[in-house]
Design a protein around this ligand. Structure first.
Ligand SMILES: CC(C)(COP(=O)(O)OP(=O)(O)OC[C@H]1O[C@@H](n2cnc3c(N)ncnc32)[C@H](O)[C@@H]1OP(=O)(O)O)[C@@H](O)C(=O)NCCC(=O)NCCS
Length: 165
């Protein structure tokens, strides 16, 4: 079940953080700050009532995936894909035209996931993960406007005229 991530989930998130992100684990303060700051969107996935995944992005014209993680025992069940789809849809609804993220250069798994969602490498940030001494690959995906919104029409096409009497 996909649902918003809430402040009361932070204890469970912190249990998973070190397993998922090692030295790069976020602290309680960082999560509490993220979940209380406007312009952010965070989601969670539950399996049998237990939180097994979470992800978040900031919102803006260029939205940014802040984190995404799934507990080891719940991987390859499409949970990260569902969360990423939701983040991308929310970003689009808030007017984002593209989405950015950083991912460890030495970890092919997440890069494969992101490529499936249209992300392409646009650069490398050497030493981005300072504590681990690892480089980041920067990836970006375009976000199409949702169908039916202004700007969705092919250029140069006029709206249909009302019938004349
Ligand atoms: C990366 C991560 C979030 C993926 O979560 P997930 O729920 O297993 O991902 P999904 O089931 O949605 O995977 C969808 C597709 O992405 C690709 N993929 C995901 N994980 C992969 C891996 N470890 N190796 C290769 N491909 C992978 C596959 O194509 C997969 O489809 P498939 O299972 O049909 O082959 C999870 O492995 C994780 O939490 N890793 C540790 C934290 C991390 O590195 N987060 C990313 C930080 S940028």
């Amino acid at each position: 079940m996909l649902r918003p991530l809430r402040l009361e989930d932070v204890d469970r998130v912190l249990e998973l953080e070190v397993t998922l992100f090692g030295l790069g684990a976020w602290t309680r303060g960082m999560y509490e700050n993220e979940l209380s700051t406007p312009g952010r969107t965070y989601v969670a996935v539950e399996e049998d009532g237990v939180l097994v995944g979470y992800a978040g992005a900031n919102l803006g014209e260029e939205s940014h995936v802040m984190t995404i993680g799934v507990a080891p025992q719940a991987r390859r069940r499409g949970y990260a894909s569902r969360m990423l789809s939701e983040l991308m849809a929310t970003a689009r609804r808030h007017g984002a035209t593209s989405m950015l993220l950083e991912v460890r250069a030495d970890d092919d798994g997440p890069q494969g996931l992101y490529r499936r969602f249209g992300f392409e490498q646009i650069g490398v940030r050497p030493g981005y993960y300072q504590l681990e001494g690892a480089d980041a690959v920067v990836m970006r995906a375009p976000l199409a406007a949702p169908p039916g919104l202004p700007g969705d029409e092919p250029p140069g096409r006029n709206p249909p005229r009302p019938p004349t009497a």
